[in-house]
Design a protein around this ligand. Structure first.
Ligand SMILES: O=P(O)(O)OC[C@H]1O[C@H](O)[C@H](O)[C@@H](O)[C@@H]1O
Length: 545
């Protein structure tokens, strides 16, 4: 790849988009629908079993063409090629980002192929033994409970997919649980009622240095020792997934229970690697393979579809349009599926840890906005809580609705209808005249109408995308996750940032380490000293100093 990098705002298409912004800043999507009844057909696209409807975005064909032109001028196709070829796009850390190789979306580096194969075989054997009740703990009893100890990318992906697809625990020979927080409450809750003789811990940490995970692994070891005795073979109750094999061996993980992951898999992209072991256990090989197949299909689509018919590309470009041209600061992601309630948390790490950055490829600072604040929660629950702000708050907030089509169950159908109703209501709102008419219909008198109508009016014109899944199954979820992964790549590439490092997070980790180290002479500011004093006083039972 030749590197003559230009920040996006220096590309001619960026200037053209500014003109489109002038034209569309005050446009109403409801009017765009009136002007073009075929809008849904031209602005929706399906791939890999998913359908994305972009027609509720404040965009028209010519502005969308300008966005596609921006992608060309930013040489996005070259970037996609470089990604799949395994170029070191994570240039700050000198690494490739080849998570697609874990699901067959591209070949792995030749030097790693044998180890990847070996790891795949070992994790599958381990999962098979567990599911068959053939894996025994130190006292000879079969393992029936698996607890994944990991945080960030070593937790969010497997936890979210397990919640979405594993189904009721009673149906499983082995139940899978997750503990991430260093707050003992989480692991205590997971272990409450658990039998140590039947429990296996997976220590999931790419770096094997993450304080929370190591503290929980120590706590797990102490819990096992206290129950099984100091001489018991505690190693029979542990497995580990890591890129730092030597550190895991030092911790005491038996070599045959070590599942290495390559350094070219970023934490937030690692669910497809051995970090997905809890899923192999919970879903079985067919389920895990279907998840990989869905993601692989999206890889193929992303790699081969022309930009104008490419789902991740269009999603990325429209997100960039909202962020940089319509000044929308957040993205609300609303899965209408209880199983996907943790999807926003998974996506927060994916989007904000990848693109929450300001330094460009050439070391200069960005002049444009990058990652939006991503947030959200499961529908319909949020309708009765925060949706009020979409309707009558003072901010423009784009929404991604994730809707599952399948299911005869009346409540499932109501769920999907609720999502469609919310999306339509956010587009159209309710005008003052409509508010007046509604009040009149209710029999309100003129004084009451004058008093109440302004409170019932809803501006509408909130942009949204609806992503439709045929059903909540492993294939569709794999495709959905890869759709967002590639969308994040599209945006990061055009913004000119490295989506694959996370130096900001590392500063936070370093500060926490220093504060926990009583011998550290690191400078503490006045607020830290004051709060530490207050915490110490409270622990002694004294009043605030
Ligand atoms: O898997 P680990 O090395 O324990 O890392 C777990 C998480 O920790 C960090 O804070 C990183 O910011 C994340 O990207 C990573 O997923």
């Amino acid at each position: 790849m030749t590197d003559t990098f230009l920040p996006p705002d220096r590309l001619p298409a960026w200037q053209a988009l500014r003109t489109h912004r002038e034209r569309l800043a005050a446009a109403r999507v409801a009017d765009l629908f009136d002007a073009d009844p075929g809008r849904f057909d031209t602005l929706s696209l399906s791939a890999c079993g998913l359908l994305a409807d972009f027609s509720r975005q404040r965009i028209d064909r010519s502005a969308l063409d300008a966005l596609i032109e921006l992608a060309h001028q930013a040489r996005l196709p070259e970037g996609v090629d470089a990604l799949f070829r395994g170029e070191r796009l994570n240039h700050t850390e000198g690494r490739a980002a080849l998570h697609m190789a874990l699901r067959g979306g591209c070949p792995p580096p030749a030097a790693d192929a044998a180890q990847l194969q070996d790891t795949a075989t070992r994790m599958r054997t381990l999962a098979r033994e567990l599911r068959a009740g053939a894996l025994k703990g130190a006292s000879g009893r079969p393992i029936r409970r698996v607890v994944n100890l990991g945080i960030g990318g070593s937790d969010l992906g497997p936890r979210m997919v397990a919640e979405a697809l594993a189904g009721p625990a009673a149906k499983h020979p082995v139940t899978v649980h997750f503990a991430a927080n260093i707050d003992p409450q989480e692991l205590d809750e997971v272990l409450s009622g658990a039998d140590p003789a039947e429990t296996l811990f997976i220590v999931a940490s790419k770096s094997f240095t993450t304080a929370e995970t190591l503290a929980n692994a120590e706590a797990a070891r102490a819990w096992l020792r206290a129950a099984l005795g100091a001489d018991a073979d505690i190693g029979a109750h542990f497995a580990a997934v890591t890129n730092a094999v030597a550190a895991a061996v030092d911790f005491g993980i038996a070599e045959q229970r070590l599942l290495p992951m390559p350094d070219w898999v970023g934490g937030r992209y690692s669910v497809w690697s051995a970090i997905g072991l809890p899923l192999l256990i919970a879903l079985g090989e067919d389920g895990f393979d279907a998840l990989l197949a869905g993601a692989r299909a999206m890889d193929e689509h992303f790699r081969s579809a022309p930009l104008a018919a490419n789902l991740p590309v269009l999603m990325g470009l429209l997100g960039l349009w909202n962020t940089d041209f319509l000044d929308q600061e957040t993205l609300a992601v609303l899965p209408y599926a209880h199983g996907l309630r943790s999807f926003p948390a998974w996506l927060q790490q994916l989007e904000m840890e990848s693109n929450g950055k300001r330094t460009l490829r050439d070391g200069s600072s960005t002049a444009v906005m990058t990652s939006p604040v991503v947030w959200g929660g499961a529908g319909t629950v949020g309708q009765h809580a925060f949706h009020q702000l979409f309707y009558q708050g003072t901010r423009a907030i784009p929404v991604d609705f994730i809707v599952v089509a399948g299911g005869e169950d009346a409540r499932r159908q109501a769920l999907a209808n609720n999502a469609l109703a919310q999306a339509a209501a956010l587009t159209h709102g309710r005008s003052l005249d409509e508010a007046v008419a509604a009040l009149r219909e209710r029999g309100a008198d003129d004084a009451e109408i004058r008093r109440l109508a302004p409170h019932l009016a809803i501006p509408g014109n909130q942009a949204s995308t609806t992503v439709l899944l045929p059903r909540l199954d492993a294939y569709s979820l794999g495709a959905l996750m890869a759709l967002y992964e590639h969308k994040v790549f599209v945006q990061g590439w055009i913004w000119g940032i490295n989506s694959f490092d996370q130096y900001g997070v590392e500063l936070g980790k370093e500060m926490a380490r220093r504060l926990s180290d009583a011998t550290s002479s690191a400078r503490r500011d006045g607020a830290t000293i004051g709060l530490q004093r207050a915490i110490a006083a409270l622990r002694r039972g004294d009043p605030y100093p």
